[in-house]
Write a protein that binds this ligand. Structure first.
Ligand code: PLP
Length: 502
């Protein structure tokens, strides 16, 4: 045995020894971490300590990264609490309502322990014996929830970025195969691929462009369609664009519909887009990273109508499903489409295994080593239950509606989406007699000061060139009174900053 591991004074045998002492080390270590986190959480309502970035950086630069002889977990945990944990963003705070960044469910966090302790890897069956089939069942369940046909399939991903990339990758390769009989995986892109185009709304996620760039099509391949007054893709504009592309001899091969845009939570007319896609032989990818959770809603289930007609779907669980990062899925209506990313490695998923019916999930993923993230979603769905999931999601949507209505009524505020479809509200402090330029500055200062004081974290974004504040109300523990308080605070800060200008 390695000398240092034998030493009696070595505080932690760092592996999972199966004797009593080993198990004790394991449970004791967890207890220390539990207590450290409990200290952070207890009585902590604030989204952030308020420290400035340069201060954090300077403090962290003082810390040693490695220690020669090793330290006790207690002392490292204490140091982490002081320097890392206590100044982290507190996603559990009811006023941490900036980004699509959710509070996590306790059963999901507990499942993370199982995931990390068992450390199954989803690429080949012999690294994930039961986990492979748990993931497969979850995928089947999700396909059913989305209303996809019998041939549907899917895989867990690291999130929406990866899922969107996969959707466009399969769409591109399916098109090249069908239209030009070109196998892109073997031969690369044909010359005419320069003409390929992707259509999405101007409010679609930036990863559509990023994917196009990475897929060798260039960002030039992405044509953005104007949105209507409700920030949804305009079907009229879509039809006009399609006509224009035809005239220019360009080749639209994919439409990306967004079910829940990142800023407004608006939902593109998916059923209409499905019809257009079908009529034109175009792949429909639905980016439901945010809005996919409406599958579980009771009151707003209607809003995901049309999703069942997609060729592929992105769903994120580390947003409105309250899962720890990272956790997402990519679904396809026809499992045969995964052929475009097939690769047989002798050591991992040889062809002969396939003939014997062995399941190796690497066949459906662009990752190789991959986490057993399906487990935390499963554990959450079982422990929390579908009734509570529906209630939580519906509550946050009602809260956003109430919040938008409340802000709309206030003098000196402007709401961009007074009837939010999901739970995001975009608004701005905009008192009379203040120029647009000054209002931009005031909103920036307000957002910064709310964070610095630890009162609330709102995101800031831009719309038509102007600065807006955004509340993403994912947390079912946030109440309308919290929002009322924040509005009061915004008014006070706004008046103060405005006065300092004069
Ligand atoms: C969050 C989001 C993404 C990106 O997903 P990640 O999980 O952050 O990779 C893509 N599309 C939409 C609409 C999103 O809201």
């Amino acid at each position: 045995m390695i000398e240092t591991l034998k030493k009696a004074d070595f505080a932690y045998a760092p592996f999972f020894l199966n004797n009593e002492e080993g198990i004790h080390n394991y449970t004791r270590s967890l207890k220390i971490i539990e207590n450290t986190l409990a200290d952070f959480l207890k009585g902590n309502d604030s989204p952030y300590s308020g420290k400035k970035p340069h201060e954090l950086e300077a403090r962290l630069n003082e810390l040693s990264i490695a220690s020669i002889k090793g330290e006790t977990l207690e002392s490292v945990a204490a140091e982490l609490a002081e320097f890392v944990i206590n100044d982290s963003m507190n996603v559990h705070s009811p006023t941490c309502i900036g980004h699509l960044h959710c509070p996590t469910l306790i059963p999901a966090v507990a499942a993370e322990m199982i995931i990390s302790t068992l450390n199954q890897s989803m690429d080949s069956w012999d690294q994930s014996s039961t986990a492979t089939f748990v993931e497969e069942r979850l995928i089947k369940w999700l396909c059913n929830q989305a209303g996809l046909p019998e041939k549907a399939d899917g895989v867990f991903t690291s999130g929406g970025t990866q899922s969107n990339y996969m959707g466009l990758l399969l769409a591109r390769d399916a098109y090249c195969k069908r239209v030009w009989d070109v196998d892109v995986q073997q031969h690369g892109l044909p010359a005419d691929s320069k003409k390929l185009r992707i259509l999405c709304s101007e409010a679609a996620h930036f990863t559509v462009r990023k994917s196009a760039a990475q897929l060798g099509l260039g960002e030039q391949a992405v044509i953005t369609i104007k949105t209507d007054a409700n920030h949804r893709l305009s079907i009229d504009e879509m039809n006009q664009q399609l006509k224009l592309l035809k005239e220019q001899d360009l080749l639209p091969f994919a439409i990306v519909a967004t079910c829940g845009t990142t800023d407004f939570g608006s939902i593109d007319p998916m059923a209409d887009l499905a019809e257009i896609a079908r009529a034109n032989g175009i792949w429909l990818h639905i980016d439901a990273a945010y809005g996919g959770a409406m599958m579980l809603s009771r009151n707003f289930r209607e809003s995901v109508k049309g999703m069942e007609s997609a060729d592929s779907i992105t769903v994120d669980f580390h947003k409105l499903f309250y899962q720890p990062i990272s956790c997402g899925a990519f679904l396809v209506s026809d499992r045969d489409h995964f052929q475009y990313i097939q690769h047989h490695a002798d050591y991992l998923n040889p062809e002969e295994d396939e003939e014997e019916g062995m399941v190796h999930l690497v066949n459906k993923s662009i990752q190789t080593t991959r986490r057993f993230d399906a487990l935390k979603l499963w554990m959450s769905l079982k422990v929390v239950g579908l009734d509570t999931f529906a209630e939580m999601i519906d509550y946050t949507c009602h809260l956003a509606g109430d919040a938008a209505a409340m802000i709309d009524k206030e003098d000196g505020f402007r709401v961009l989406n007074s009837h939010p479809e999901l739970n995001a509200v975009v608004f701005r402090y905009d008192p009379e007699g203040v120029s647009a330029q000054l209002a931009d500055q005031l909103n920036k200062q307000i957002q910064q000061e709310l964070l610095n004081s630890g009162r609330a974290f709102l995101a800031k974004t831009r719309f038509e060139g102007q600065v807006y504040l955004k509340m993403t109300l994912l947390n079912p523990m946030t109440r309308l009174e919290h929002i009322e308080d924040i509005l009061g605070e915004i008014r006070v800060l706004g008046e103060m900053f405005n006065m300092m200008e004069e």
